[in-house]
Ligand binder design. Structure first.
Ligand SMILES: [Zn+2]
Length: 372
């Protein structure tokens, strides 16, 4: 990931800090400095850094639980709005999803419990919410913040952890797609409610709520996409009207095709109709600048593009597309010839169409009929 620094790695998962997070810390330091001088600045910034360390441990809770079910995570990145674990997917079984979703908040429960036991008698219950009060010991404040993290995460609002817990519980009785839809609806209601509540109480709560909400919103669309994908065949979702380039084409030929069509990814296909690679618009522009229009497309294209059979489930294509970080997945027939393409943009359109389809009524034919 660009603009982020690697801190190290834990069992194959890189821990990264996004540059905006460092800027955020500097900005906080200056705000606190303006309010109370250098001592207040260091104290305030250290407190926020500790909270984010707890957020990081929370993410690692998810990551390590997911690893148990064979789901690897490339990295965990800290952003000013929270931590994001680039988990390749959620496990398919509801019970496993439940464990992975619970594992994050469980870490914060453990941190809070240890700190509270350690702080022990010096703590009175009022301090838990008075996290801006400087007289409250740091440990109690960190414990309080962890409790708030747990409470917010366990709001049954999809896409927060609590929403995933809810979804997993629902999925034990309902179809995957129906469980996701129901959890998403319940979540929307809760999100609005808590946003409003935050306005009237502690502003810190709004900030934390917003952070968590933003960090998790990507997961919502992922889960929705997955739910749609599980009930759809690759052949129902693939792009069939596209131009391909042959293996002898040059980048100039590709540039012509780019202008002639609305495509931004061009499959490079050999004489037997097999996919050899994909040339993206970015790679094309880069090649034009660096090596000129006569560059063979074979030198500029991305290779090792995953291919999938047209009769496979879209779910497996989605995995290939997101896990391998390739611009497209090639769709092939039984002879291995390229007959279609799947891109992220294409899947985004699929989601838009799916979102616009009528919710009520039945008997509709097509790929969506089995999703209700
Ligand atoms: Zn979480």
């Amino acid at each position: 990931m660009r603009w982020s620094l690697a801190l190290g790695s834990i069992r194959g998962t890189e821990i990264r800090i996004h540059i905006t997070f460092l800027i955020f810390l500097v900005w906080l330091w200056m705000v606190y400095y303006g309010q109370g001088g250098a001592a207040a600045a260091w104290q305030g910034t250290a407190f926020i850094a500790i909270i984010f360390f707890c957020v990081l441990l929370h993410e690692l809770g998810h990551v390590l639980a997911a690893r148990r079910y064979g789901v690897p995570t490339r990295d965990v990145t800290l952003w000013p709005f929270g931590g994001i674990a680039s988990m390749e997917r959620m496990p398919d079984k509801p019970m496993e999803e439940l464990v992975v979703a619970i594992a994050g908040p469980a870490v914060n429960v453990a941190i809070a419990a240890v700190l509270l036991l350690w702080v022990g008698p010096q703590l009175d219950p009022e301090n838990l919410t008075a996290i801006e009060n400087p007289s409250v010991s740091l440990a109690a404040k960190v414990a309080g913040a962890n409790i708030i993290l747990v409470l917010f995460n366990l709001i049954p609002a999809f896409p927060m952890d609590g929403g995933r817990v809810l979804r997993a519980l629902l999925a034990m009785r309902l179809s995957n797609a129906r469980a996701t839809e129901l959890a998403a609806n319940i979540g929307q209601g809760f999100a609005v409610l808590f946003g409003i509540l935050g306005l009237f109480y502690n502003p810190m709560l709004i900030v934390i709520a917003a952070f968590i909400f933003l960090a998790a919103s990507g997961e919502a669309s992922q889960a929705q996409l997955r739910a749609v994908a599980q009930g759809t065949l690759v052949s129902d979702a693939m792009i069939t009207a596209f131009e391909s380039l042959d293996t002898h084409a040059t980048v100039a030929d590709a540039a012509d095709a780019l202008i002639r069509t609305t495509q931004t990814e061009f499959p490079v296909v050999d004489a037997a109709g097999r996919l050899r690679g994909v040339l993206t618009r970015d790679a094309m522009v880069k090649a034009l600048k660096q090596t000129g229009p006569a560059t063979p497309v074979q030198e500029a294209m991305q290779t090792e593009i995953p291919t999938i059979h047209a009769r496979a489930s879209l779910d497996s294509a989605l995995r290939a597309l997101t896990e391998k970080r390739k611009p497209a997945v090639g769709v092939v027939d039984s002879e291995g010839k390229l007959i279609g393409l799947l891109t992220l943009e294409n899947l985004g359109e699929l989601m838009m169409i799916n979102g616009a389809r009528p919710q009520a009524g039945g008997g509709q034919a097509g790929p969506w009929s089995n999703l209700r």
